[in-house]
Design a protein around this ligand. Structure first.
Ligand code: B12
Length: 308
């Protein structure tokens, strides 16, 4: 429940933030109270309580960017490296840049604003999926991701913790996964054995980012050189996005770059890419994945392509 009756100024500030969000291409926006996230299993992470980042925190603002249109037709071709929508969005580690203008607006008004990025680092100050549920953006599905009726799971999330008293969404979406368990069944490494909980140490997306890459994970990687979307590809809430993504500003911008990226991911070229070329070409995607890991993934995908 919203414990506040907002005054005119607070209502106006909330409205201004909504308008600002619209103008910078945020597709979904929600506000919620900044209380602790009970049950957050990593006890020593400050993500579990917004007040550990900002003691006077009153509100969390959660933003969602639709990334459903960011795919390459060549993903189905084994001679091309496959990644994910998140990977191609540039929001892999950093959804912060677009949110900075909202934070700047709040600071101008005399409030504090801590922006949460989506890396696994100290700057990742919110459990974004739980925060998005609280802010009314959707529900946390059995694939552990935030799902919404409109965007499926194809939303990159970011957030801001602030001491401004703003509107708080009061309604959480009900869980709409029902008895469906396709994501759990589809994961070849059984990373979703327990619904809603991703087992990081068996998730293929994780192996494609770290040095340890066990044989059983390699054997199901196909042409993936970064990230895996199997649990999203089979989700009924994503079906319409796989067939016909929504035509947002980001989808349209990406359309202009499709051929550029397809050429880049052609494995016989990719395998020859030097570290300098990798740093310069992949800089804007901001994945933080070191060249050595990326190159290993490309090498293995190339070996598999030769055999197929
Ligand atoms: C670390 C991390 C990872 C790790 C996984 C660690 C993990 N187990 O979550 C790795 C590298 C493997 C990873 C993979 C991916 N990630 Co990631 N990741 C993060 C990060 C940085 C932190 C998440 C975190 O805190 N994990 C720790 C665990 C403990 O938290 P949790 O998953 O929220 O777990 C909770 C639930 O299990 C819940 N729970 C337990 N029991 C129950 C029961 C019920 C009924 C419910 C509802 C919940 C529930 O409680 C747990 C504790 O709160 C966030 C960014 C952020 N700041 O939130 C992005 C983030 C969650 N990732 C994201 C994405 C997109 C992915 C990938 C899909 C990437 C891809 N392939 O395209 C895959 C995910 C595959 C999947 N099925 O989840 C998005 C999610 C967007 C969305 N729509 O939900 C985020 C928000 C980043 C972003 N830029 O938007 N990720």
């Amino acid at each position: 429940m919203n414990k506040y009756i907002l005054n005119k100024q607070q209502k106006l500030t909330t409205e201004k933030i909504r308008n600002l969000a619209d103008s910078i291409g945020i597709d979904a926006l929600g506000f919620a109270d900044a209380s602790e996230f009970t049950g957050y299993t990593i006890r020593n992470s400050r993500r579990r309580d917004p007040k550990l980042s900002l003691p006077e925190a009153e509100t969390i603002i959660v933003a969602g960017f639709y990334i459903g249109g960011l795919t390459l037709p060549a993903w189905s071709n084994f001679l091309y490296g496959r990644t994910s929508r998140l990977y191609l969005s540039g929001f892999f580690l950093d959804v912060v840049k677009p949110l900075e203008s909202i934070a700047a607006f709040l600071r101008e008004k005399g409030y504090h604003a801590v922006v949460c990025d989506s890396s696994d680092s100290e700057r990742s100050v919110l459990p974004l999926k739980r925060a998005a549920v609280r802010a009314g953006l959707g529900w946390q599905g059995k694939n552990s991701l935030l799902l919404s009726k409109k965007y499926g799971s194809f939303m990159a999330l970011g957030g801001i913790i602030t001491d401004a008293v703003l509107e708080h969404n009061t309604e959480e979406e009900p869980d709409r996964c029902g008895s469906c368990s396709r994501c759990q069944e589809a994961c070849p490494l059984h990373a979703l054995e327990q619904p809603h909980v991703l087992k990081r140490d068996t998730c293929l997306s994780n192996f494609l980012q770290i040095e340890y890459f066990p044989e059983n994970a390699q054997s199901v990687s196909e042409n993936r050189v970064g990230d895996c979307e199997i649990c999203q590809d089979v989700c009924p809430w994503n079906r319409k996005h796989l067939e016909n993504p929504l035509k947002t500003h980001m989808t349209a911008l990406f359309q202009q770059k499709i051929h550029y990226w397809e050429d880049i991911f052609y494995l016989p070229n990719l395998i020859k890419m030097t570290e300098e070329e990798y740093e310069s070409i992949f800089k804007d995607l901001n994945t933080g994945i070191p060249y050595s890991i990326f190159h290993r993934n490309v090498f293995l995908a190339m070996e598999r392509a030769k055999k197929s």
